[in-house]
Design a protein around this ligand. Structure first.
Ligand SMILES: *[C@@H]1O[C@H](CO)[C@@H](O)[C@H](O)[C@H]1NC(C)=O
Ligand SMILES: *[C@@H]1O[C@H](CO)[C@@H](O)[C@H](O)[C@H]1NC(C)=O
Ligand SMILES: *[C@@H]1O[C@H](CO)[C@@H](O)[C@H](O)[C@H]1NC(C)=O
Ligand SMILES: *[C@@H]1O[C@H](CO)[C@@H](O)[C@H](O)[C@H]1NC(C)=O
Length: 572
């Protein structure tokens, strides 16, 4: 302990400590001013600051020297304090608004009083003691979005499913809108949840912002999410919210800007306002905020990677504004929650003028670039505030943008390759047959052997895909995945799985397709999995049966007579 204290003294960054103490002091005065009960204040200070401080002495990461470790811990505390400060500042504003204005002339210095006496009779003499003096009204959100004043409920979520989780490390914001084609929201949520370990899941918050005002659609989507993620809703990891219709201006009265079509202006204007609503809701919920989209893949343990990187770079005293974990659009952009108001206000000011990704760029240019220097210098300066992390942690999976006709095929080259199929070692087959016409060399038997995926043309009602084992097997579990990240919609719809027990074949005395017993079906995510009743005995064949015509092609990307492969952990 003594040894460690000495190391501590030497290693502590003086500037960081000063900042920390200032922040603490401010926090303390702020609470006092607000007449919070001191006990509360004390408890808060103890838990938020002293407890983590004591951890400095006990927690160690093996790969870091003590010094580095302490600096990183302090950086973590520093960002956390900024967040707590921002939360308290909001409360302080509420209190300030209630305070009566003070008599400005209550305690004038004697010299000023003498001067005033000498000015008797002049109008200027009343300048200090003018009953007309009132506080200025600084512009607020209402100045930029005046329609919000028309309805007192315009900035209150119209729909909210929340377990009230807050104070987490990382808040993930996912805006989603109704799409003409298929939505990827549920696969995206699965990808995110699967890519988190239990500690990450306990210290994060996923906010799904359904940016639609049709309550029927909102309720249906929320029901789908809850059906798939009952535990995550219950634990508070996933929240769902939607805005009221009165939050949006009349989209037919927008200023036409940038020479864009009305449809495009509407689309990008709404997107700006959606970000504003989501970010404003998310801001007090955690230390860091990460903007995501509703059609993405995430790498395993992405939460820890992002958090550690943020702390590491803060410890190096780089005053970053955005940490970018994906090279595309508005995916994987991390902000300190305490600094979100900059983005929110900027987006509010120019919501009708520019698309959101441009605005973020302009905000950073405004913050750091010297107009008198060239664009190369600006680019260099920008990279200090907007820091790119490689390799990327997120990848696009959607192929359709919600703006009609705009096909979104952009992929992040920094993400690395994602496997389009998941090989397994399965028992040997006698045959693999398909009624669905096979595309190129993407055959069923190669898919079964884990060489590629099966790709077939439009499946029709009654089509079968049959795997017949060379020797009957004991089958206890099966896992079949259809579709892949490049062709998410090429999955089995309304399709069942049957198994053929040997005893049924023997009873039949012939090998027509009779005797199959249905043991499962493909779900809305394109996955069929389940257990097989051991009482069925040895199994001779597994058969996939299409129950109704499909208007897409179909991919079978994983065939397992056992467990599945951990999807998010499977990048090449
Ligand atoms: C008052 O004004 C007179 C001249 O108008 C000046 O001489 C005197 O110094 C002033 N007194 C004070 C206290 O400023
Ligand atoms: C300010 O004005 C009020 C009334 O108008 C008066 O009673 C008061 O004495 C004035 N104070 C000073 C410092 O001139
Ligand atoms: C084969 O099984 C089917 C269905 O159980 C039955 O209709 C058919 O007569 C059987 N054929 C032979 C040759 O046993
Ligand atoms: C699935 O197919 C069956 C048989 O064609 C049909 O009756 C049923 O309505 C279909 N279900 C769905 C959800 O399409």
């Amino acid at each position: 302990m003594c040894m460690r204290s000495i190391t501590f003294k030497r290693a502590i960054d003086v500037e960081l400590l000063v900042q920390l103490s200032v922040a603490l002091l401010r926090l303390a005065t702020c609470s006092r001013k607000m007449q919070l009960r001191r006990r509360n204040c004390l408890i808060m200070l103890t838990t938020s600051v002293l407890v983590p401080f004591s951890f400095i002495f006990f927690i160690s990461r093996p790969d870091l020297s003590h010094e580095e470790e302490l600096v990183q811990r302090l950086a973590e505390l520093q960002v956390r304090l900024q967040y707590l400060e921002a939360v308290y500042r909001a409360r302080q504003e509420d209190v300030a608004a209630l305070q009566p204005t003070l008599d400005s002339t209550a305690a004038l210095a004697p010299a000023i009083q003498g001067l005033l006496r000498n000015m008797t009779g002049l109008r200027s003499a009343n300048g200090l003691n003018n009953t007309q003096i009132k506080g200025l009204r600084m512009p607020s959100s209402f100045h930029f979005l005046p329609h919000l004043l028309d309805n007192p409920l315009s900035i209150r979520p119209a729909f909210l499913v929340s377990n009230g989780r807050s104070g987490v490390s990382v808040v993930l914001g996912i805006p989603t809108v109704r799409r003409e084609k298929e939505t990827y929201l549920l696969p995206t949520l699965h990808n995110l949840v699967e890519a988190m370990n239990s500690e990450e899941a306990a210290d994060s918050l996923i906010i799904v912002f359904i940016a639609e005002t049709d309550m029927e659609y909102v309720l249906q989507t929320a029901r789908l999410i809850e059906n798939q993620f009952p535990n995550q809703i219950e634990s508070g990891l996933i929240e769902i919210l939607s805005p009221p219709a009165s939050y949006y201006p009349d989209f037919d009265k927008l200023k036409m800007t940038l020479g864009d079509s009305l449809e495009r202006v509407k689309w990008r204007t709404k997107q700006n306002l959606d970000f504003v609503f989501l970010m404003t809701y998310a801001q007090p919920k955690g230390t860091f905020y990460v903007q995501l989209e509703d059609d993405i893949l995430a790498k395993h343990n992405f939460v820890t990677t992002m958090k550690n990187y943020a702390i590491e770079i803060t410890a190096k005293k780089q005053h970053w504004f955005v940490l970018d974990f994906c090279q595309l659009g508005f995916i994987g952009k991390m902000f300190k929650s305490a600094e979100l108001p900059w983005a929110i206000t900027f987006f509010q000011m120019f919501y009708n003028d520019k698309p959101v990704d441009w605005l973020l760029n302009y905000l950073i240019v405004t913050k750091i670039c010297n107009q008198d220097k060239d664009s190369k210098q600006c680019k260099q300066d920008k990279s200090k505030l907007w820091v790119h992390y490689k390799p990327s942690l997120f990848q696009h999976i959607g192929t359709h943008s919600s703006l009609k006709g705009k096909v979104q095929r952009l992929k992040d080259k920094q993400f690395g390759k994602v496997s389009l199929f998941f090989p397994h070692v399965n028992p040997p087959l006698a045959s693999a047959t398909s009624d669905i016409r096979t595309y190129k060399h993407y055959t069923l038997s190669r898919a079964y052997m884990g060489e590629t995926y099966f790709w077939g043309l439009f499946a029709q009602q009654g089509d079968h895909l049959t795997f017949t084992f060379r020797n009957p097997i004991t089958l206890t579990r099966f896992y079949l995945r259809s579709g892949n990240v490049e062709h998410l919609s090429d999955k089995f719809y309304n399709t069942t799985i049957g198994v053929l027990p040997v005893k049924n074949v023997v009873a039949n005395q012939n090998f027509t397709q009779e005797g199959f017993i249905t043991v499962g079906h493909f779900d809305s995510l394109g996955i069929a999995e389940g257990n097989v009743d051991p009482r069925l005995g040895k199994i001779l064949a597994v058969r996939i049966t299409v129950q109704s015509d499909s208007d897409t092609w179909v991919i079978l990307s994983e065939v397992s007579t056992g467990k599945k492969i951990n999807f998010s952990n499977y990048y090449l």
